[in-house]
Write a protein that binds this ligand. Structure first.
Ligand code: GDD
Ligand code: MG
Length: 361
């Protein structure tokens, strides 16, 4: 039985980053708002927060801030009360947390990186924080390559002993999963009025001050959606039901085709492909793990694997796109081949061809 009332907890979501690694898609939308399995990514996180019984959410915004409020408003559609705090100049992850302090209503806040797809049980995390009498609790997961994350060793009692952000030689494969429970008074210790990194500055300083930080380790689904590769995988895992999201109401299948999209007979959609509203998929097209944004058009006989096709982009007939990112409104001519991480900027027109592109164009 839980004795921790989620209604007495604030949620804070950091969504102010520029999403550089997901360019060119993030030129038009901030990363947490990119469509993922048919919803702005953040919808999956917010619906998870709501499902845990938390009611009050503060979004720390900066880059393209207005988009969030336009989409979520006061949060009532999700059963939440959402407020927004804008950073005209990004304050960093720590600065972003400190900056929402006036909006917090309770003594405990759970802080989320806004680009993480996770199945962690928030009720259990809060209970863990309570039971361990921790001042900060941190969700930790094990990954095969910890170098791109915060490496977080713990002792035999589960107490965090160090925090090493993005090092070449991390001491453990146990990493910061981007979700923390903070006692309110710890948030009030974060320096104000300047850029502060919670990972590089706040956590090391708290550890040096002997603040009790505990690591909650679990084996639930976890993925940072920050790169095209992870974005494609995360979206596909949502469609296939491997990644949980209350927003999807238990959907599970090889593909998800949204209202108003048309898929010609003979097109094959597999690997957790998602087709957005108003998109058109021609005959003989094969989509495998593809993320097709609203209004995009894919002509007959094209093959798209593990790639993202931006809003209103047009893929000509018999094209091949593998591990690519096609910007909004770009036009890929007939028979073009884009392979291995090729990225096409919005509005770029590639003429019909037989040429193979395999790097940025
Ligand atoms: N409000 C605000 N202000 N938000 C910010 C700012 C800022 O200045 N800078 C970044 N954010 C938000 C981003 O929008 C994102 O949701 C979150 O903070 C984390 O930023 P990322 O840029 O995605 O960081 P990362 O993925 O390289 O690393 C972080 O996440 C990993 C787990 O996914 C770190 O916390 C790592 O330690 C962690 O392992
Ligand atoms: Mg990230």
């Amino acid at each position: 039985m839980s004795d921790f009332d989620p209604k007495k907890v604030d949620a804070v979501v950091l969504v102010g980053g520029k999403g550089t690694r997901l360019r060119p898609l993030t030129l038009s939308l901030p990363k947490p708002m990119l469509p993922t399995a048919g919803f702005p990514f953040l919808t999956h996180l917010l619906s998870r927060i709501a499902a845990a019984g938390i009611e009050h959410v503060v979004l720390g915004t900066s880059y393209k801030a207005a988009v969030f409020e336009n989409e979520f408003g006061d949060g009532s559609k999700l059963g939440l009360q959402i407020e927004y705090v804008f950073e005209p100049e990004p304050l960093g992850t720590g600065g972003g947390i400190a900056n929402v302090s006036e909006k917090l209503r309770h003594d405990t806040a759970v802080v989320f990186n806004g680009d993480v797809l996770s199945g962690a049980d928030l009720g259990e995390l809060l209970q863990f924080h309570h039971n361990h009498d921790a001042q900060v609790s941190m969700h930790l997961v094990r990954v095969s390559d910890p170098r791109a994350f915060g490496s977080v060793p713990t002792d035999s009692d589960g107490r965090v002993t160090a925090f090493l952000e993005k090092t070449d030689d991390p001491p453990t494969d146990q990493i910061n999963a981007g979700c923390y429970v903070f006692d309110r008074e710890i948030i009030d210790r974060i320096p104000r009025g300047r850029e502060v990194s919670v990972e590089r500055e706040v956590f090391p300083a708290l550890l040096a001050d002997d603040v009790k930080i505990c690591g909650y380790v679990d084996a639930s689904y976890w993925r940072d959606m920050g790169t095209p590769e992870d974005f494609v995988r995360g979206s596909s895992d949502l469609v296939r039901g491997l990644a949980p999201s209350p927003a999807l109401g238990g959907h599970r299948g090889e593909s998800l085709v949204h209202d108003g999209a048309s898929v010609a007979p003979g097109a094959v959609l597999v690997g957790g492909t998602v087709v957005g509203r108003g998109a058109e998929i021609g005959p003989g097209v094969r989509l495998d793990g593809a993320v097709i944004f609203d209004g995009a058009r894919v002509e007959a006989g094209s093959m798209i694997e593990r790639s993202i096709i931006g809003f209103g982009a047009h893929i000509g007939p018999r094209a091949l796109i593998r591990d690519g990112v096609i910007g909004d409104g770009a036009v890929i001519g007939a028979r073009c081949e884009l392979l291995r991480g090729a990225r096409v900027w919005p509005g770029v027109v590639l003429p019909d061809c037989g040429i193979r592109y395999s790097s940025d164009v």
